[in-house]
Design a protein around this ligand. Structure first.
Ligand code: NAP
Ligand code: HSE
Length: 439
């Protein structure tokens, strides 16, 4: 059978990984796909770099991305340049020219997925995006196909490798935030703009895509509550440990009777949970289905070949389905496009979760009573309260409060009131806490 021809846009970290995996495992991949998959043409801004990676094997190399998306022999365009506008324009052009697209670009899909999928459906082509969420973990396939019998109740995931790498290295080696971020950039984990990783934006892109598939709603990245890891202190990481918790940057989405929760923030999770022990660049996603219960998916969330593993899996999938009737293919978001639901996304103020609060207060009679009184007035029930020893030459002490489930707006009100107490100093640190129990 005639080979499938690939046009590759971008031969950076993931592009070079994809090239290497396709070349190394060529025969095995052809046996699985039913035909050979060949990279016909590559576009990258740096032709010399591209030629250095590819060598002289007859692959066309250009610095004009348009040549790839218009090339008459190209069946599948693999978009690995990243970013928003150019990637979107090239993807739509490829689709318009009747080409299937494989992409790792969660930023583009989170912002323009609706338009891109609609264009692909009109044209009868596929847009595959396994590599866009959790790197090498086949979580899109699990959500769209493996768990299709279930009503999904919630998803919670460590879905940013850079963020998890930073938190792990800070906790285990006591390294500084900046040192570890630099290492993540050198290892090719970080986004071109690393604020996407550390401010939770990359995780927000990914959770918005997973929520859409899990609940059959459109992708709503603009509604994700997003808080990064830049304000976390070593103190909170160690207090959390003393209390039996680890702090992880989680993407969380939950279906509630009032709407869908969609949020990314640092989260205390019990140390005994498997996901709490996921370290380094590894990602893990827990998906709770009504029939299957909780399921856990674990693997590398970034890096050249782990991400290439997902890109090449998509290439094999598209190759297998290439000649199938487009109505028989798995829909982009797992449900038929005309059957997406319009369930509201819950405002963050209405979210119900537990909380870790750390405040500094003078060690005087009545201080704890004032604090507990404010919490009680706002219907916030205390799960645990710890007062630490004062540090050397300091009059104030750290007080840590863990709450039971509470409404976010009540916690906001309590924080504002407690900060006004004359015996309380500075700002209160608030970190959300999830038990992630299987119930
Ligand atoms: P990268 O290393 O920066 O590679 C992108 C390559 O594309 C670079 O060589 C870049 O050249 C080139 N490029 C950019 N715009 C171009 C254009 N208009 N025409 C031609 N070439 C262009 O990025 P990456 O880490 O491989 O990431 C690629 C995509 O995969 C992104 O969407 C990213 O979010 C996603 N992703 C990455 C990982 C990971 O671990 N790195 C994991 C999962 C998903 P210049 O360097 O000269 O700009
Ligand atoms: N920058 C991303 C991360 C790459 O660190 O997880 C994978 O999407």
């Amino acid at each position: 059978m005639k080979p499938i021809n690939i046009g590759l846009l971008g031969i950076g970290t993931v592009g070079s990984g994809t090239f290497a995996v396709l070349k190394r495992n060529q025969e095995e991949i052809a046996r699985r796909a039913g035909r050979e998959i060949i990279i016909k043409i590559i576009a990258d801004r740096d032709i010399d770099k591209a030629r250095g990676i590819v060598g002289d094997d007859g692959t066309l190399i250009t610095d004009d991305a348009n040549e790839v998306v218009t090339h008459p022999d190209v069946d599948i365009v693999v978009e690995l340049i990243g970013g928003y506008s150019a990637a979107k324009e090239l993807t739509l052009k490829a689709i318009g020219n009747g080409k299937h697209v494989v992409t790792a670009n969660k930023a583009m899909l989170a912002s323009h997925g609706t338009e891109i999928f609609a264009a692909a459906e009109r044209q009868g082509v596929m847009v595959a995006f396994e590599a866009a969420v959790a790197g090498g973990i086949p979580i899109i396939k699990a959500l769209r196909e493996g768990l299709t019998a279930n009503r999904i109740e919630w998803i919670a995931g460590i879905i940013n490798g850079t963020g998890n790498f930073i938190l792990s290295e800070m906790r285990s080696k006591g390294l500084s935030f900046d040192t570890v971020l630099e290492q993540a950039q050198e290892l090719g984990y970080a986004e071109a703009d690393p604020t996407f990783d550390i401010e939770g934006i990359d995780a927000a892109h990914k959770i918005s895509i997973m929520a859409s598939i899990a609940f059959g709603i459109s992708i709503q990245f603009d509604k994700v509550y997003t808080e990064g890891i830049t304000k976390l202190t070593g103190e909170d990481i160690s207090y959390a440990e003393e209390l039996g918790y680890r702090i992880k940057l989680l993407g969380i989405t939950k279906k509630t009777s009032k709407g869908i929760e969609l949020r990314v923030h640092p989260t205390l999770i019990p140390s005994r949970r498997l996901i709490a022990n996921v370290e380094g660049v590894m990602n893990a996603v827990v998906v709770k289905g009504d029939a299957v219960g909780p399921t856990l998916y674990y693997g590398p969330g970034a890096g050249a070949e782990p991400t290439a593993s997902a890109v090449v899996a998509d290439l094999v999938d598209v190759t297998r389905m290439h000649t199938a009737d487009s109505k028989q293919r798995v829909p982009h978001l797992g449900v038929q496009p005309n059957l997406l639901l319009d369930i509201p996304i819950l405002p963050m103020e209405e979210v119900v979760t537990s909380y870790y609060l750390r405040l500094q207060a003078l060690d005087r009679p009545g201080v704890l009573a004032d604090i507990t009184c404010i919490l009680a007035e706002l219907e916030i029930s205390i799960d645990a309260m710890v007062q630490k020893e004062p540090k050397k030459n300091e009059e104030q002490v750290d007080i840590i409060v863990l709450t039971h489930l509470s409404v976010e707006k009540n916690i906001n009100a309590a924080i504002a009131k407690i900060e006004e107490l004359p015996s309380v100093m500075g700002e209160i640190t608030r970190i959300r806490l999830e038990e992630l129990s299987s119930k």
